[in-house]
Design a protein around this ligand. Structure first.
Ligand code: ADP
Ligand code: MG
Length: 300
């Protein structure tokens, strides 16, 4: 497990910013941490990266405890803080060299900096002063800074906020690429943003997790949840016989929630079953689509 958060509560004075939060992030996962402003996203990320302690509860990163093994945690984690403070009068390379120093890296600095510049696509801008860069490129410098010590886990706090549409697409792609060999947790208050990049989404609101689910329900052998409405009532046991279906919930009004694991889209098997049994399917959709409703409910 890359990140393990157990029963974390954070009080700022009498205000509860996090309320008994627990979740785990698997190695290699891209986790989108979604929530409206003030939900507690930054607070959670600051705790995971050892910048502030929780009031109660525990967090481990790659098995290291944030309280008793904070040095180890810091070596395993790369962190892009929200509105990342950069030294605007420094040059890109100069700054990345400087960051190497902060991490106590003494050997192979030049190579490492070159690699970060390549990985984050800073090539053409590498000779500029940070203050001269566009917002998108400043973000890349921030991500390069977070990656410089080759951490296993990357924590990015609102990495796409304030970017124009083109920069947004670029940074999304960069996050996806980084997710190929790192565990990435990134926050955003924009749902579409998170859906486009994540393997998994956690929605947090007022310090509590309201949803935790996988996103890519079309990928193989991931649990799929399908909402289906027929033109007539159907027996639950018949629906349980559909290939891949593991559980069925009767939601009344001829509507059922089917959960299952299949090689391909579970909806295909349901449609085939309906066709064979002369049942008309009126609605057939992945419940993921309800994510938007969940988020709306908590942000409006
Ligand atoms: P998010 O990143 O989701 O917008 P934050 O974690 O920044 O949310 O904030 C969660 C809540 O905690 C908010 O109500 C915020 O005002 C409060 N908060 C955050 N930091 C502090 C602080 N240093 N002192 C007091 N309250 C804070
Ligand atoms: Mg924040």
């Amino acid at each position: 497990m890359s990140i393990k958060v157990e029963n974390v509560t954070k009080m700022y004075g009498s205000q509860k910013a996090l309320d008994n939060v627990s979740f785990e992030v698997k190695k290699g996962e891209i986790l989108g941490f979604l929530g409206p402003n003030g939900a507690g996203k930054s607070t959670m990320m600051k705790i995971i990266t050892c910048f502030i302690p929780p009031t109660s509860g525990s967090v481990a990163v790659c098995g290291a405890d944030i309280d008793s093994q904070s040095m180890e945690v810091r070596s395993k984690v790369g962190y892009l803080p929200e509105s990342n403070p950069l030294y605007y009068d420094m040059y890109v390379k100069e700054y990345l060299n400087f960051v190497c120093g902060l991490y106590g890296i003494t050997e192979g600095i030049e190579k490492r900096v070159e690699r970060m510049i390549t990985v984050t696509g800073l090539g053409r801008e590498q000779h500029k002063q940070i203050g001269q860069l566009s917002k998108g490129y400043k973000q890349r410098v921030g991500i390069a800074q977070a990656l410089i010590h080759d951490p296993e886990v990357l924590i990015l706090d609102e990495p796409t906020s304030g970017l124009d549409p083109n920069q947004l697409v670029d940074i999304r792609q960069l996050i996806k690429d980084l997710g190929k060999d790192k565990t990435v947790m990134f926050s955003s208050h924009i749902m579409q943003e998170v859906e486009a990049v994540s393997d998994r989404i956690i929605i947090i609101d007022k310090g509590k997790i309201v949803t935790d689910r996988n996103v890519r329900s079309d990928s193989r052998n991931v649990e799929q949840v399908v909402l289906v409405e027929f033109d007539q009532a159907v027996s639950v046991s018949l629906l349980q016989g559909i290939s891949g279906v593991t559980s069925v919930e009767d939601l009344q009004s001829n509507t059922y929630r089917l959960t299952g694991v299949a090689e391909s889209d579970l909806r295909k098997f349901i449609a085939e079953w309906a066709h064979k049994n002369d049942v008309l399917t009126l609605t057939l959709k992945h419940e993921d689509e309800r994510l938007e409703d969940v988020f709306r409910k908590h942000t409006s």
